[in-house]
Design a protein around this ligand. Structure first.
Ligand code: GLY
Length: 366
């Protein structure tokens, strides 16, 4: 079994990565958190029926007392109200600080159950057990936990590192095509920004395999997940509280988030918006003379094989530029972009001229 050690200011924890690991999940949690008398599994009503047998046979061995809390699937349930329902379950079963919450699901479950774990009794044990690509390569690692409030994503939250992360690539087999495609956009980001081997492996898999589900089913995909998770752990160790270096994970997000915001009615999904934002970031890097156009061509070839979009739909470009102003990296006086000086050579760029941003959006429109 592959193991990554994550080091943060107040906690060191293990990330186990292995196809089929779910059969040992209960034992791994029981061994890793030996003091826990009670475990609360938080999951949703889409995932629970898929894994009910595994949960009852294996995961229920996590602690002598095992409870399940099933919430409805969807971003709107990432709320204070759902967190309150989790608190109620913890309270009625008298959970103590040495007991454990197991977040079994995608980003919504991980963030929300993590938030409940961080705040109840000022911190319970937390196991992140992600079932999506984005959960496995990104959101489960690094301690960002939050709920949405008044339609603003992740506005109430904190940093709370998990005590253990379990990753079973075989769980990705239950994802629908759209979720896989969106997750692969995130994987490509790691390949562009940090580790070109990830691009090579993905190119290798997509050249052999037909169909999206076959990509995540491929044994080589486990190596991709492992490499991404390791990178994320290293990034978090360098900048746990996202004050600088960790912003590199934001490649493609400045324009991507703006596209997501402006396209509210037509709706570009998060994964697709970020993929388009990465194309714009590659174009900005080229316009500044940092790179030539070959990396974008390579990325577009992968997008085409995977089914990620290559073209930004017709939108009000000025509105997109204005929406970039909400980027969390910006200050009132300065914008801040993550760009590239070459493959795996990311850099920050401040005070980028508006004309360059506009060109990068227009160049990727029809
Ligand atoms: N998802 C970006 C981060 O964890 O910083």
């Amino acid at each position: 079994m592959k193991k990554i050690r994550a080091k943060t200011s107040n906690r060191k924890y293990s990330i186990y990565v292995q196809r089929g690991l779910s059969r040992q999940a209960g034992r791994l949690i029981g061994r890793g958190l030996a003091g826990a008398q009670k475990a609360l599994l938080v999951t949703n009503d889409r995932i629970y029926p898929l894994y009910e047998t595994m949960i009852k046979q294996h995961l229920s061995q996590s602690a002598p007392e095992f409870y399940t809390h099933i919430i409805q699937d969807g971003e709107i349930y990432k709320s204070l109200d759902t967190a309150r329902q989790i608190y109620d379950r913890l309270l009625e079963n008298n959970f103590h600080r040495n007991d454990v919450i197991i977040a079994f699901g995608g980003g919504v479950i991980g963030d929300m159950a993590g938030y409940a774990a961080a705040t109840y009794h000022r911190g319970l044990n937390l196991v992140q057990y992600p079932t999506t690509i984005i959960g496995q390569v990104d959101s489960s690692i690094g301690g960002k936990v939050a709920v949405n409030y008044q339609d603003i994503k992740n506005i109430i939250g904190t940093f709370y590192q998990p005590h253990l992360i379990l990753m079973d690539p075989s769980l990705l087999g239950s994802l629908d095509q759209k979720e896989i495609v969106n997750g692969l956009g995130e994987v490509i980001k790691y390949g562009i920004v940090f580790d070109q081997k990830i691009l090579e492996i993905l190119e290798n898999i997509t050249s052999q395999k037909k169909g999206i589900a076959a990509i995540v089913d491929h044994r080589l995909f486990d190596q991709i997940l492992y490499r991404c998770a390791k990178i994320k752990a290293v990034v978090v160790a360098k900048d746990e509280f996202d004050t600088g270096y960790r912003n590199l994970l934001n490649f493609g997000h400045t324009i991507g988030h703006a596209l997501e915001k402006v396209s509210r009615l037509t709706h570009i999904s998060h994964g697709r918006a970020i993929s388009l934002g990465m194309l714009a970031a590659l174009d900005i890097s080229r316009q500044l003379g940092f790179i030539d156009g070959s990396l974008k061509e390579r990325v577009l070839r992968l997008y085409q094989k995977i089914g990620l979009p290559a073209v930004i739909p017709e939108l009000d470009v000025q509105a997109v530029v204005a929406a970039t102003g909400f980027d969390k990296k910006f200050t009132a006086k300065k914008n801040k972009f993550v760009l590239l000086k070459g493959l795996n050579k990311p850099c920050f760029y401040f005070n980028l001229k508006e004309g360059i941003i506009i060109n990068s959006i227009k160049e990727n429109m029809d």
